[in-house]
Design a protein around this ligand. Structure first.
Ligand code: ZN
Length: 163
């Protein structure tokens, strides 16, 4: 089976199955490269084959998305992925409801993925064990008192959105 992988699927843990062929667009790769990459994502990226969707199909996708009222919620990357799924008669892996809706209208198969182990993203801060001052980045030692800095979770947010 051919599977088109979107940015969030790639980022948040789709399951690799050796019997499938995973494809995506260059613009997904660009989006991923713009983010901080985890090792596991790099490994997944290596398994992807990159194609460009045909311009005609992208146009068709945009027309259908406009009719259904989904177009405003779709980025250029999104419409490109839907078009790629159509071009390759592939299944689109996405949790994006607007994308799924357009797929439905076009008769393109799609699948949601279950964001498995990672469902929160942690933003780390650093706190001095001496004076307790907080920092956004790690220094070798506290610039105020010279004590050691320790990492702490500053913010947690849910990363598998189901909008
Ligand atoms: Zn300090």
């Amino acid at each position: 089976m051919k599977i088109v992988v979107d940015t969030s699927s790639l980022f948040y843990g789709f399951q690799i199955d050796g019997s499938n062929e995973y494809i995506t667009t260059d613009s997904v790769i660009q989006e991923i490269r713009g983010k901080k990459m985890k090792k596991s994502i790099e490994i997944r990226m290596e398994l992807l084959i990159i194609f460009e969707p045909s311009k005609d199909t992208v146009k068709e996708v945009r027309e259908i998305a406009e009719e259904s009222g989904d177009l405003q919620q779709l980025s250029g990357t999104d419409t490109g992925l839907i078009a790629l799924a159509r071009d390759h008669d592939a299944t689109l892996l996405t949790n994006d409801l607007a994308m799924q809706n357009v797929c439905k209208r076009m008769g393109i198969k799609y699948q949601s993925f279950q964001g498995k182990s990672i469902d929160t993203e942690i933003e780390w801060g650093y706190r001095c064990i001496g004076c307790k001052r907080k920092f956004d980045r790690l220094f070798k030692e506290c610039p105020y008192c010279g004590n050691e800095l320790k990492k702490y979770p500053k913010k947690r947010k849910t990363i598998v959105e189901s909008t």
